[in-house]
Design a protein around this ligand. Structure first.
Ligand code: GLU
Length: 447
């Protein structure tokens, strides 16, 4: 079996698009599945739009995703080779220098290089789309370089793929229409043809192409939101590929094992944020307490870094779908776990205005002794077992029902309209702290 070599060829013209990450992923897993080689080539031939800092960002972004290349290089390093082959095509009469008015300024004459198009029908087999037939006559003698030292993408990509022995060109369907042109260039150069696979477009919920202007498309934005690399990879794999079963969670290793082109769909893949978040929550839940806490600190000033206990990790794993969300919870509805809340007397009770302070006070007082009897470090379930009978008891409840006990209890502990249930709060705060907060609430009600 011949060796598999794949590549991703991003241009350093902006932040990494998630579509590029998905293409890279499919290239990576296919290479690794076949014990082959995965390359990253930065296509910096478009000198007007390239910026060196984007190049560094590309390396960093792929590393973050765990898509580590076996080789990486920058296309412009191959400039002498591009020139050599352009000259050869011209010498062999397969391309020619054409003096013509510049597209940008018709008063200026340029000398572009055009390929002599044999005007044939190109037929190629795509691993995803099957046989594709394309009449290339309409392309005419198309431009392959703006000058001997300025090859266009089509030309440089063909030369570099051939020189790197790329066996499979796996890329987005948006480039499918360029493939016949590239095949003509390959044939003129006498290169062999790689195997092509054009991945389905990524679409938004309204079936439009994902665009920078209307959608979140950059990897950096998802990373900043607290999406884990494992989740990004897992989700992007499912964007166009399915394992043929109901399974949804795949590590990179598992993808390498399981991926095949049979599972790749032809039609556009709809980007589903809800699904991404649920996949992210899955991978968040897989983290150890330590790793989970480290992610919580990312992007926060030191003053906001909080002591995160195992119970808090459990709570966050239950509720948060991104680390950003988890941070917001810690600074918002869960802030009561780190500092005592300020209580508002009117918020302490929920029932009839006249009765409420005294009723609530009695309800809270009734909790003190039973709570004192509970040990520190007790689970939320055990707190619930101890407290629920009191909330259900006739004398405590009065006309207010359970809520007449549970609401003031939760509010006394959290000072928030929304928070975890009081049992969880007591279990995390500890009974001593809980009792102290309840006492403060009782004192406010006495006023
Ligand atoms: N530089 C091209 C792009 O980013 C590469 C396309 C290809 O994979 O051939 O669109």
């Amino acid at each position: 079996m011949s060796t598999v070599t794949t590549r991703i060829a991003p241009s350093p013209t902006g932040q990494m698009h998630i579509g590029t990450v998905r293409s890279a992923l499919f290239n990576y897993v296919w290479a690794k599945h076949n014990k082959g080689t995965f390359l990253i080539r930065i296509e910096d031939t478009d000198t007007e739009r390239n910026r060196p800092e984007w190049t560094q960002m590309i390396w960093d972004d792929f590393e973050w995703c765990g898509l580590i290349p076996d080789k990486k290089y920058i296309q412009s390093e191959h400039a002498p080779r591009h020139r050599e082959l352009l000259e050869r095509l011209v010498q062999e009469g397969k391309a020619y220098v054409s003096h013509e008015p510049s597209k940008n300024d018709p008063n200026i004459e340029v000398a572009v290089i055009r390929l002599k198009n044999p005007g044939k029908t190109v037929v190629f087999n795509d691993l995803i789309h099957g046989e594709i037939t394309f009449d290339t006559t309409e392309l005419g003698d198309f431009v392959i370089a703006r000058s001997m030292d300025d090859p266009l993408y089509h030309f440089a990509v063909v030369v570099d793929d051939a020189d790197a022995h790329v066996s499979h060109v796996i890329r987005g369907e948006d480039i499918l229409s360029s493939t016949p042109r590239q095949i003509l260039i390959q044939e003129a150069l006498g290169f062999s043809r790689p195997i092509y696979a054009h991945l389905p477009l990524i679409l938004s919920a309204d079936r439009k192409k994902l665009s920078k202007r209307h959608h979140v498309v950059s990897l950096a934005d998802y990373r900043d939101e607290g999406i884990l690399p494992e989740a990004m990879i897992n989700y992007l794999a499912l964007l166009g590929w399915n394992p043929g079963t109901d399974e949804e969670h795949f590590s990179l290793e598992q993808l390498i094992e399981r991926f095949s082109f049979d599972g790749v769909q032809k039609s556009g893949a709809i980007f589903d944020r809800t699904k991404l978040l649920s996949v992210n929550q899955h991978w968040m839940r897989e983290l150890s307490d330590d790793d989970f806490s480290k992610h919580l600190d990312v992007g926060l000033p030191i003053s906001h870094k909080l002591p995160i206990s195992h119970k808090i990790v459990v709570l966050l794993k239950e509720r948060a779908k991104t680390f950003k969300e988890a941070q917001e919870m810690l600074l918002g509805e869960l802030s009561c776990l780190f500092s005592e809340p300020t209580l508002d007397r009117n918020q302490l009770s929920i029932k009839k205005p006249k009765e409420r302070p005294s009723m609530t006070k009695t309800a809270l007082e009734g909790l003190l002794e039973p709570l004192k009897a509970l040990p520190e470090g007790i689970s939320a379930e055990a707190v619930k077992e101890a407290v629920m009978p009191l909330a259900d008891a006739e004398e405590a409840v009065g006309k207010g029902g359970r809520g007449a006990v549970l609401w003031p209890l939760r509010y006394a502990l959290s000072g928030q309209e929304r928070s975890p249930d009081p049992f969880t709060l007591i279990s995390i705060l500890g009974t001593k702290e809980a009792i102290s907060r309840i006492r403060k609430a009782i004192a406010i009600l006495k006023k």
